[in-house]
Structures are given as structure tokens and as C-alpha cells.
Design a protein around this ligand. Structure first.
Ligand SMILES: [Zn+2]
Length: 147
């Protein structure tokens, strides 16, 4: 199953095709001032867009977009970078765990990631400096695992 790789919010209105019998209603993207409702679409690579939902206001559609993507709506087709990170999340976590390894960052009194010398304070443990790459990596992992 392909995931959505971007989103679009468009003003829409109902149209009536009276060239066919019986006349058939269809939905058309329109100008904002003509909108009867707003549709949130998900884009699928190679397949076009799929309507996710119709909303009475643009704000309601934007709120759902924000709940899905975790970022404010700034325009259609602006979420691809965020979505790539979201979809790569499990792989990134596994890679970060591999990089940190099973041993603590401070070994023999020296941090293996930032090089700080803790000899005299402690010889083995997690580096307590918040600008150390291992500290940031552990904080990111904790954020991803938080319930
Ligand atoms: Zn360090």
C-alpha cells in the first residue's frame, strides 16, 4: 500500500451535469469565494489525489491536516519533507540505536561522542552535556518512545 506523500486542501462546489439524463451531480474544485465546502486530499505517488474528507470551513480542513502531519498548514504540497521523515522514523530510530551502541557514551572517563574528559568525576556512564551528540540522540530516542 502506498502512503500519502503530500496533502492538498481545495475549495469545492457541487455542479450539475445536465447534458446526461438523468442529470448527474459532480464535485469541482473552484475559486475560494465560490466554495461550498473544503476538501482535504492526500496525494499518492503515481496515482494522483484521493479525497480524505470534506469540511465546512478551510480552518476545519487545516486542523485535520495539522493533526495528521503535526505541523501547521502553510499551503498545499508543502508536507513532503515532513512526511518523508515521518515515514522514515522507524528506520531512523533503529539507525540511531545502532550508532549509540550498547556501551555508555563515557568510557574510561572520556565521552566517545564529544570527547569531553570526565576523568576525576566518573569513568563510565551517559554523557551529561546537553550539546553532546549522544545526549541529543538519547533525548530524541526518549521523545520517540514516550507514551
Ligand atoms: Zn559527550
Amino acid at each position: 500500500m502506498k502512503v500519502y506523500d503530500n496533502y492538498e486542501i481545495s475549495p469545492c462546489k457541487r455542479m450539475l451535469d445536465s447534458d446526461v439524463y438523468p442529470a448527474k451531480e459532480y464535485i469541482e474544485v473552484c475559486e475560494e469565494h465560490e466554495a461550498e465546502f473544503w476538501t482535504l486530499y492526500g496525494h499518492i505517488d503515481g496515482e494522483g489525489v484521493q479525497a480524505i474528507g470534506d469540511f465546512c470551513t478551510r480552518e476545519a480542513a487545516e486542523q485535520v491536516y495539522s493533526r495528521i502531519t503535526g505541523q501547521p498548514f502553510t499551503g498545499s504540497y508543502q508536507a513532503d519533507a515532513r512526511l518523508r521523515v515521518m515515514h522514515a522514523g522507524p528506520v531512523l530510530l533503529a539507525a540511531l540505536e545502532d550508532l549509540l551502541g550498547e556501551r555508555p557514551s563515557v568510557q574510561g572517563g572520556v565521552c566517545q561522542h564529544c570527547g569531553r574528559d570526565y576523568i576525576g568525576d566518573f569513568l563510565e556512564g551517559d554523557c551529561p552535556s546537553d550539546d553532546c551528540p549522544s545526549f541529543k540522540a538519547r533525548a530524541a530516542l526518549a521523545l520517540a518512545r514516550a507514551a
